[in-house]
Design a protein around this ligand. Structure first.
Ligand code: GLN
Length: 481
């Protein structure tokens, strides 16, 4: 199958008549079929995709100018509502549930001409870092079938990397877009908290969740962001910031513009960091510096507190968000005998939720219970505030913060299944951006000795996606020279 370098290249091929949207859609459908074992998709919307493709081709034939995403093949994580289609958060709890409306992000993609080709595998309720906690079974790494693609948006990352769609949407509460992008060797962008509407995104932890983008290039991520970002009457947490024309701004970018970058010393010297990742990270820093940019190590004493803070606050929010799945209003209902009313709730929730989700609901309920609330929940909120103060201080002197995305490359399936804490600790570098609401991106810059790809993470101040994308373009251009 012909593979396009970018959306712009695909549009050029369409304009020249070198391909049609129908041909392209059919080719992607075939490829998805061919790579079924990867388990990246949990449902393919074949009929709708073909119908949309025919309509989109007719528009082109009638001479209508191309829409920004016309005919672009997009996959969506199984936490985003697409009207008329099942959406289950990879959980038995939502088996048979159908979306009655489009998520705002999905609606905006469709209005821009995109073709939504299917819903993609993920960890149950977006809780996990390996895509192993899914009612549909694990998704595989695109290059090594015995390894995980990362999580929770594992299917969406694997699909872009294996060219089973051009771009995809995932969600990032603590790294679920950046970490699988790092593992699979693609771009993963988490916008600032409040940049993109969460309407129609199944909630995990509402003060952390953001919809994010997987792509092969920064330009494609910029284009998608431009389309899905911005105010929405259905989500009052969306900021009223104007949305720049990121694509045009990037085209005008002067690659020699000088930047001030801080990297977190305690992250780079952290004992959990793989030595090859550390070496590549430091090499990128010194190469960037050699081009005349300022790159300096900064002190960040709270690094070891961020994983516990994240897991206290997100489980607390999850225990509240997931209380709606009670077997009464919607979702799975147990068929077991129920002598008492309470059995209905207990049995439905025990049978409907997987182990990891249950663990988090229990942990979240515990940290919110009277007697422990002050010791855990309030304390964690205080730490969250301190983290925000610290990053705000850094941004007084620097344009960006760099960190590795993940301490190690994609691990083997089952390797961390027995020890959930081990899996949680691997989120050490991604959760900071969610705790503080910063935009962050993982850039596919490196290869491990074993051949596994890994990335470098860039963060900028809240609302500054333009600077995030610009610095990322400079860094990619520099490293690819
Ligand atoms: N691995 C993290 C967790 O399990 C992040 C999940 C996410 O970003 N949705 O909570």
């Amino acid at each position: 199958m012909e593979s396009f370098q970018s959306i712009a290249a695909y549009h050029q091929a369409l304009a020249q008549g070198a391909t049609t949207i129908l041909q392209t859609t059919e080719a992607y459908l075939n490829r998805i079929q061919q790579y079924k074992a990867m388990n990246a998709y949990v449902e393919v919307f074949e009929q709708e995709a073909l119908e949309q493709a025919i309509q989109q081709d007719q528009l082109i034939q009638s001479g209508t100018p191309l829409l920004p995403l016309q005919g672009v093949i997009v996959g969506i994580k199984d936490v985003l509502h697409y009207k008329g289609k099942a959406v289950t958060a990879a959980s038995k709890m939502l088996a048979g549930y159908k979306a009655t409306y489009h998520a705002t992000a999905v609606e905006r993609l469709l209005a821009a001409g995109a073709i939504i080709i299917g819903r993609q595998n993920c960890d149950e309720f977006a809780m996990g870092s390996s895509n192993e906690h899914s009612v549909y079974g694990p998704a595989q790494h695109p290059q090594y079938s015995d390894r995980v693609p990362g999580g929770s948006s594992g299917g969406s990352a694997a699909a872009v990397a294996a060219n089973l769609c051009m771009v995809s949407l995932g969600s990032d509460t603590g790294g679920s877009v950046r970490q699988p992008a790092d593992f699979c060797g693609i771009v993963g962008l988490k916008p600032s908290y409040g940049r993109v509407s969460r309407h129609g995104l199944i909630a995990y932890a509402s003060s952390f969740d953001q919809i994010g983008i997987f792509s092969r290039t920064i330009e494609d991520a910029a284009l998608l962001l431009q389309i899905i970002a911005g105010e929405d009457e259905w989500d009052s947490t969306v900021a009223s910031w104007s949305v720049p024309n990121y694509v045009e701004e990037l085209q005008q970018l002067k690659l020699d513009q000088k930047r001030k970058v801080a990297y977190i010393g305690s992250a780079v010297h952290h004992p959990s960091l793989d030595p090859a990742i550390k070496a590549s990270f430091l090499k990128a820093c010194s190469e960037f510096k050699a081009l005349g940019h300022i790159v300096e190590e900064v002190h960040f004493p709270l690094l070891d507190y961020i994983v516990p803070t994240y897991y206290i606050l997100t489980t607390a929010e999850a225990s509240s968000n997931l209380s709606r799945y009670d077997g009464v209003r919607y979702g799975y209902r147990s068929q077991a005998p129920m002598p008492e009313l309470s059995d209905l709730y207990v049995k439905s929730r025990s049978e409907g939720f997987g182990k990891e989700v249950q663990r988090r609901i229990l942990l979240g309920t515990y940290v919110l219970s009277s007697g422990y609330y002050d010791a855990y929940f309030s304390k964690a909120q205080q730490v969250r505030r301190l983290l925000l103060n610290q990053v705000t201080d850094i941004f007084k002197n620097y344009d960006a913060i760099w960190m590795p995305t993940v301490p190690a490359p994609a691990w083997k399936m089952g390797e961390k299944s027995e020890n959930p804490t081990d899996m949680y600790l691997a989120d050490i570098f991604t959760v900071l951006a969610n705790l503080t609401g910063l935009p962050a991106i993982s850039l596919p810059l490196f290869k491990h000795g074993s051949g596994l790809p890994f990335g470098l993470q860039v963060m900028t101040n809240r609302g500054e996606e333009l600077s995030l994308l610009s610095i990322s373009s400079q860094l990619m251009a520099q490293m690819q020279r």
